[in-house]
Design a protein around this ligand. Structure first.
Ligand SMILES: NC(=O)c1ccc[n+]([C@@H]2O[C@H](COP(=O)([O-])OP(=O)(O)OC[C@H]3O[C@@H](n4cnc5c(N)ncnc54)[C@H](OP(=O)(O)O)[C@@H]3O)[C@@H](O)[C@H]2O)c1
Length: 239
């Protein structure tokens, strides 16, 4: 189930927020559903995958998003979502954000799955970089970690109005406070609460296999789960 055609949900303009230009790199489970919801909210979305814009015509027709080559996805964007498998991050073109809007907020949704998908990454396992710090270094731009523990289907199924008792909360980590504010505001617009999970070096608290990962709960429970996280990687999540 998805939320229907463009502008089928309430417009952000009714809340006094202007539409934004948003780039989405990766059009899979997460990128596809964010494209659906962000276009429905009235934003101007450009979306890219690895195979090229001609493979995104169905998503474009469904949502009104503009399919673009990866190198053009961030052009003029105030927010860019990088939502590709972690092992694909080093393959993204350099200078990806050179033509983005000033102060662009870059959201990283990624997770490191060494056994199933990504292979062993020494900088994460031996040097202790958080997954998003590793991604940030490859991208050459600060990132805000968000959506990494959110089921893709929940992006469509679980938006709720502010104050709804079953509104779920997403942890958001990052060092750039202005970018973090922008991302938290966008997530609120998408129908979710947020919890400030600290800087990127604290973002291990929301990585796979932590208590908050996949937790579908409100602010209080998410805050508690972040506090209860252990930094140690369990064997299943080591390469
Ligand atoms: N699935 C979930 O529920 C979920 C939840 C939270 C976080 N995450 C994390 O979010 C990230 C994306 O997950 P996903 O499930 O959405 O992945 P996915 O369904 O496998 O989709 C990946 C997308 O990335 C694109 N891509 C791959 N390599 C690329 C490259 N070099 N340049 C441009 N685009 C590239 C793919 O394009 P092509 O199809 O053309 O190759 C595809 O559109 C992962 O790190 C995942 O762990 C996933």
């Amino acid at each position: 189930m998805h939320c229907g055609t463009r502008r089928s949900l309430h417009s952000p303009r009714s809340q006094g927020r202007p539409d934004m230009k948003i780039g989405i790199i990766g059009a899979g489970n997460i990128g596809g559903n964010l494209t659906r919801r962000l276009t429905a909210l009235g934003h101007d979305v450009s979306v890219a995958n690895s195979r090229g814009p001609h493979t995104l015509t169905a998503l474009a027709e469904e949502t009104g998003a503009t399919p673009v080559p990866v190198a053009e996805a961030a052009r003029g964007a105030e927010v860019v979502v990088v939502t590709v498998p972690l092992k694909a991050v080093p393959d993204l073109p350099s200078g990806l954000f050179d033509e983005a809007a000033d102060g662009v907020a870059v959201i990283d949704t990624g997770n490191y799955y060494p056994r199933q998908r990504d292979g062993r990454i020494s900088a994460i396992e031996d040097d202790g970089l958080t997954e998003s710090r590793w991604t940030e270094r490859h991208l050459g731009h600060p990132v805000i970690k968000a959506f990494n523990g959110t089921y893709a289907q929940d992006i469509l199924d679980r938006p709720r109005p502010v104050g709804a008792p079953d509104r779920i909360a997403l942890p958001v980590a990052g060092d750039d406070e202005a970018a973090k504010r922008k991302v938290r505001s966008l997530i609120d617009e998408l129908g979710f609460d947020t919890v400030d999970a600290g800087g990127l070096d604290e973002s291990w608290r929301q990585q796979p296999d932590t208590p908050v990962y996949g937790l579908q709960a409100g602010v209080e429970a998410v805050t508690k789960a972040l506090a209860e996280a252990s930094r140690e990687r369990t064997p299943d999540f080591r390469g």
